[in-house]
Design a protein around this ligand. Structure first.
Ligand SMILES: *[C@@H]1O[C@H](CO)[C@@H](O)[C@H](O)[C@H]1NC(C)=O
Ligand SMILES: *[C@@H]1O[C@H](CO)[C@@H](O)[C@H](O)[C@H]1NC(C)=O
Ligand SMILES: *[C@@H]1O[C@H](CO)[C@@H](O)[C@H](O)[C@H]1NC(C)=O
Length: 230
């Protein structure tokens, strides 16, 4: 089963289905919705690729993304394949789009087809969100979304703040905050005041916040009137 990744050729591709609606469950790799759609695409695509591409070994659906539905996948070939395989794959997928529409009423935007071979950046097809960083495993060449400090991924869902995932993260009236690069902290909070900052060193109170807002509006009016009179 383990094949030397240096010898196998990997081709990534991405396609966009335009007549299906994305649902939150499609982020969740263990949800029945994800599994059903994954199964559906594998059943459709694998026989097609197998009969059209020699040395085709396997196809893996990497993820589904929003934008109607974007299917990101990775294909492996067991043996070195002739150059220009991306062009061949592209043509086969284009042909597949027509068949998919005629036989399964699955509309795939042909202009969305994106085929890249293993020199491609695998992170592009991983499509991590803004709270994650994509890391490539040097040995396997596989990419993975690694959540930033304070963010976590549950069931393969995009990374979310621990403050949102676990609303009782801070006990005894603590206020949960994410300090970039460090993680979650809990600072004391009162009715109209709270502490914030890396060491909860900064005192913030509502009158102060209102004061700042009034001051900035006043400042703006002052500047604006200056401009008008000028
Ligand atoms: C998918 O994207 C559309 C358009 O940007 C948005 O309205 C919708 O809420 C998104 N769906 C999910 C489940 O994120
Ligand atoms: C993902 O799906 C599984 C199976 O349906 C479910 O048990 C789990 O709660 C879901 N996770 C999230 C974060 O929605
Ligand atoms: C690929 O294979 C399918 C049958 O599995 C066939 O109908 C189709 O014409 C082939 N496409 C190309 C481009 O050879």
């Amino acid at each position: 089963m383990p094949i030397n990744p240096r010898r196998a050729l990997i081709v990534f591709f991405s396609l966009r289905v335009t007549n299906m609606v994305f649902s939150e469950d499609l982020f969740n790799k263990s949800s029945p919705e994800y599994k059903a759609l994954e199964q559906r695409f594998l059943e459709l695509l694998v026989p097609y690729l197998q009969s059209n591409l020699s040395h085709f070994e396997n196809l893996e659906i990497l993820n589904f993304r929003n934008g109607s539905i974007v299917v990101n996948s990775r294909m492996k070939f067991g043996k070195p394949v002739a150059r220009g395989v991306t062009t061949t794959v592209y043509l086969i997928l284009e042909d597949f789009c027509n068949t998919a529409y005629q036989t399964m009423n699955l509309a795939i935007d042909k202009y969305s087809l994106d085929v890249e071979s293993d020199q491609a950046d695998p992170c592009k097809f991983q499509a991590c969100n803004e709270y994650a960083e994509c890391k490539v495993n040097k040995w396997s060449g596989e990419a993975e979304c690694v959540c930033n400090a304070g963010y976590f991924s549950v069931d393969g869902l995009p990374c979310q703040s621990i403050c949102e995932l676990q609303t009782d993260f801070c006990l005894n009236d603590g206020k949960c905050d994410i300090i970039p690069g460090q993680g979650a902290i809990c600072c004391r909070v009162g009715e109209n005041w709270w502490y914030r900052g890396e060491h909860c060193e900064e005192y913030v109170s509502e009158p102060l916040v209102v004061g700042i807002a009034i001051a900035s509006v006043a400042g703006f009016l002052f500047v604006a009137s200056g401009v008008l009179f000028f």
